[in-house]
Write a protein that binds this ligand. Sequence first.
Ligand SMILES: C[S@@+](CC[C@H](N)C(=O)[O-])C[C@H]1O[C@@H](n2cnc3c(N)ncnc32)[C@H](O)[C@@H]1O
Length: 287
Amino acid sequence: MATFFDRINSEIHKFIEVRDAEEEVCELYSVYYSTNSKDRLNLVSQTKSELEIDIHSGTKPLNITIDQNPNINGELGQTGAVLWNSSVVMSNFFAHCTKEAWDLTNSNIIELGAGCGLVGITMHNLGAKRVVLTDQPRMMKLLARNTECNRVATKPRLLSKKKLGKDSSTIDNALLTAEYVWGYPPEDPRILAEPIDIVIASDCVYHEDVAMLLSSTLEDMCQSREDVPVVALVGQELRSDLVHQAFVKDLLDRNFNLYRIPVDPEIDRCHALYMMWLKETHKPTAA
Ligand SMILES: C[S@@+](CC[C@H](N)C(=O)[O-])C[C@H]1O[C@@H](n2cnc3c(N)ncnc32)[C@H](O)[C@@H]1O
């Protein structure tokens, strides 16, 4: 059976290869990026304590309820207490793509810096085999609350747990939360318990120090298996060209094959979505 990487690799000609950090940032920030406030997407309200997010996945929209904690947003280290536009952009992207090369049904996915958890929850709802949402310890309560109320088949699990027997553990195992602080080995054994197919991160590049920790953690996750490449997908709102450039340079220095997924500038001029995997064990074959 073709792996997620095989299917993505067969579509590689659709993506823009990034070879130089300065060129990439120059193209993004001088051609594509808009500082005009009317071009900025306004997809979430960070002042409400509950948000209803509709993700449009073709036939039937997914309706995901996300609790936020707007009162602590702005306090040091609490950025994940509210939802960021990038997570809606990424969720919609996966919802539109999954039917072809992006089928997630056999994938084990780790989300880094999940915050309120929208992207991982969306991937779970789109049929991913297993999703582990990770973040810093202080985010776990909110993250756990959001996963519990958006878990597929929550009702049967609660109503007939006894009858489900073995299956109930499968349902529980499909969507997990775990503490994972970048720069340290993951302490929760569930993070590496199954071979990882995909790593995701949304809007986690907002300061150079954080960006360097993230790139090193992406490298750790992507070298966690050798049989097939682990594919990382990182979505980012464009804010600082300097931080962005430092992040891209660090990824290239760490030997990632790096591709940007093109977005129609008529639709979005303030986010970038990257796909990457490590070079040393696997080389792209196509185009
Ligand atoms: C701007 S928020 C984005 C949250 C969410 N992904 C979204 O798009 O809505 C950045 C997230 O990265 C997490 N983060 C920052 N530094 C981290 C670290 N060293 N280890 C783990 N998570 C970290 C924060 O806790 C926060 O949840």
